[in-house]
Design a protein around this ligand. Structure first.
Ligand SMILES: [Fe+2]
Length: 157
């Protein structure tokens, strides 16, 4: 079990907003795991889980908006994977809410999903997406600069 979740350079997608959100995600998970292990109050952990669920929705929509904007061909499958992850987080929240297991066990049961699964998702799925997006952004930039040049609006060197 990975009790420390940390963003590392090899997870870099080179898209600023996505990397920032991934960093925040790992911070949140780290705190959630640490407070669960410490046996923090249920109200504290419950709040963290709620914030996490909301954050996951925000983060996935950031990625999905970008994929839509640039007509990413693997949008559907990427979105499906996001949906499954979100459902799992919701399941965790319910399990926690209904107190079917001690708090610690609920979180630890989801340790693999929250840390390993998410890390692999960045490495394998998000990186492919960001490679595509970066190429499209580059094309967009060079198109814009050609147009600007055409109209005499380009930067003069
Ligand atoms: Fe993703």
């Amino acid at each position: 079990m990975a009790f420390e979740s940390k963003w590392t350079e090899d997870l870099k997608t080179n898209i600023g907003i996505i990397d920032e959100q991934h960093k925040v995600y790992f911070k949140m998970i780290n705190e959630l795991l640490a407070s669960s292990l410490k046996g923090e109050a249920r109200s504290v952990i419950g709040k963290s889980i709620k914030i996490l669920s909301e954050y996951v929705i925000t983060h996935f929509s950031t990625e999905e908006r970008m994929m839509t904007k640039y007509h990413y061909p693997k949008y559907d499958s990427h979105r499906t994977v996001h949906r499954h992850f979100r459902q799992e987080v919701e399941r965790m929240a319910l399990l926690f809410r209904d107190n079917l297991d001690p708090t610690k066990n609920v979180i630890l049961k989801y340790d693999y999903l929250l840390v390993t699964w998410f890390t692999n998702h960045i490495k394998e799925v998000d990186k492919k997406m960001s490679k595509f997006l970066l190429e499209k952004m580059e094309e967009e930039k060079s198109f814009t600069s050609r147009i600007k040049k055409f109209f005499g609006l380009g930067k003069k060197r």
